[in-house]
Design a protein around this ligand. Structure first.
Ligand SMILES: Nc1nc2c(ncn2[C@@H]2O[C@H](COP(=O)(O)OP(=O)(O)OP(=O)(O)O)[C@@H](O)[C@H]2O)c(=O)[nH]1
Ligand SMILES: [Mg+2]
Length: 452
């Protein structure tokens, strides 16, 4: 008989430093809750702590720690540092949720199961994680850990899988370093090496292996991308859940995944704008951004985001119905700056306007007079966006005359692919074509004709 595994339960912990106001704090905690749900966990409670700084050993004050431990069934105190070192096996043992702890109250058989996870809305040092685990008896994950885990589960293509595994190992490695000091010695081969050394060496070897594999995969995708160079390309970029894939579907008629989940899309898809134009316009859907996107993930998604880098136009999609949309916009901008895509021409797209009332619409319009306001669900809005995209490229394109010698007729396909042929004549040298194309494409066609 099949039994579905129980849904893991989690308690959220928010840390509010003086630079964060109440609205931003609430929004951040809510977003963390959605991330945790995306992982398939149930959020059963939350605890918030106001803190001057975040360097404290356990991050939470004694009172909050007890409040949290009451929810998870832990002791509420960080046990003495003289406790045995956290070897991997011990860690596994200690974090097993149903391990009875001497200081825990007797479990009530009718009580709902204790949460197995404590998820902190802040990046934690390895020792902070360890101390919180000691006090709560639950497994502790920080925001970065949750995001890395989501990426890990959602990766589909070989490239995304390799990238995510690298990011994950890089996240795990430093945490091994501090949590395993003095781990037991090995017997047999490799004797004298601690478990920790062994784990770290394995991780290093695996990272090197992954790097080689990734380079091979990336050579392929670089080739595919360079074949698309000089084509009319627009990329949908923006915060996770803003509606990029919904717009992609509407603009291209493709069946990309749309979900009310964070990080539904991890792989870039490229499709043709529909109804098709001449030359055709390619639309790319990309991975979404998020606050505190772990640095290694940004780095590892650089190649996925090259789609954005190579586009002639970026559509910055924003969920205008989200009260924190401005912070989200700023996060997206800074990630794009980080990968060097901030020089690509862009337009702001305020999406989900169907959820915005007239007053707010007016305020948005005043703040962003150049923005395109729409709903990805309204077909007339989507066709207007299509016209805007076409008009953008139309303004970029230049006219020229190409002479195609009769000996080089095989290039005609390439011309029709990357340019619009306005008229066609014949003279004694060959076909004379009046064409309209992007300057880059025109230059490439000229080179092909010269070399041919
Ligand atoms: N009301 C409303 N909902 C929308 C609109 N556009 C998208 N949504 C919803 O917003 C959610 C997220 O949409 P997606 O298109 O998956 O968002 P995304 O930006 O691709 O998200 P990720 O791939 O996770 O980064 C889905 O539930 C959509 O149905 C809109 O214009 N109006
Ligand atoms: Mg998506």
């Amino acid at each position: 008989m099949e039994t579905t595994p129980p849904i893991p339960r989690a308690v959220l912990v928010g840390i509010q430093t003086p630079d964060i106001d109440d609205v931003a704090h609430e929004a951040s905690l809510e977003e963390l809750g959605r991330l945790v749900k995306t992982l398939g966990y149930e959020v059963v409670g939350s605890v918030s702590q106001k803190r001057e700084g975040t360097g404290a050993a356990s991050l939470l004050g004694a009172g909050k720690l007890e409040e949290l431990a009451a929810l998870t069934g832990g002791s509420g105190v960080v046990t003495s540092m003289a406790t045995p070192p956290m070897t991997k096996a011990r860690k596994r043992f200690e974090t097993t949720p149903d391990t009875p702890r001497p200081s825990s109250p007797e479990p009530d058989p009718d009580a709902p199961p204790r949460p197995e996870f404590v998820i902190v809305d802040h990046e934690l040092s390895p020792s902070q994680i360890r101390n919180l685990e000691r006090a709560t008896g639950a497994q502790v994950l920080d925001r970065t850990g949750v995001i890395v885990e989501i990426f890990h589960r959602h990766a589909n293509t070989r490239e995304a899988k390799l990238q995510v595994e690298m990011a994950r190992l890089k996240y795990v490695a430093p945490r091994l370093r501090e949590s395993g000091t003095g781990g037991g010695r090995q017997q047999g081969p490799g004797a004298g090496e601690s478990h920790l050394d062994l784990d770290r060496r394995k991780i290093r070897d695996r990272l090197a292996e992954l790097k080689t594999q990734l380079e091979a995969v990336q050579r392929d995708s670089d080739q595919r991308r360079s074949a698309r160079r000089d084509q009319l390309r627009v990329a949908l970029v923006g915060y996770t859940n803003a509606g990029k894939s919904s717009l992609m579907r509407a603009l291209t008629g493709s069946q990309v995944l749309v979900q009310d989940k964070l990080f539904a899309t991890l792989d870039t898809t490229v499709r043709t704008l529909q109804p098709e134009t001449r030359p055709r316009v390619l639309v790319s859907d990309t991975v979404g951004f998020i606050k505190q996107l772990p640095h290694d993930l940004v780095a590892s998604f650089r190649s996925t985001l090259s789609e954005a880098l190579e586009a002639s136009l970026l559509l910055f999609v924003v969920d205008a119905s989200d009260p924190t949309y401005e912070a989200q916009l700023e996060v997206s901008r800074s990630v794009l700056r980080e990968i060097g895509a901030d020089t690509v021409p862009s337009r702001l797209v305020l999406n989900k306007m169907d959820r915005v009332d007239a007053t707010r619409r007016a305020a948005l319009l005043e703040k962003h007079p150049d923005a395109i306001m729409l709903s990805a669900h309204a077909p007339e809005d989507v066709s207007a966006l299509r016209e805007t995209i076409i008009a953008f490229f139309e303004a970029e394109m230049v006219d020229d005359v190409l002479v195609l010698p009769y000996a080089k007729q095989k290039l005609i396909g390439e011309i029709y692919e990357s340019a619009r042929v306005l008229s066609e004549d014949h003279d004694e040298t060959g076909r004379v074509l009046k064409v309209r194309a992007l300057p880059g494409a025109m230059a490439r066609l000229r080179r092909s004709l010269a070399a041919g």
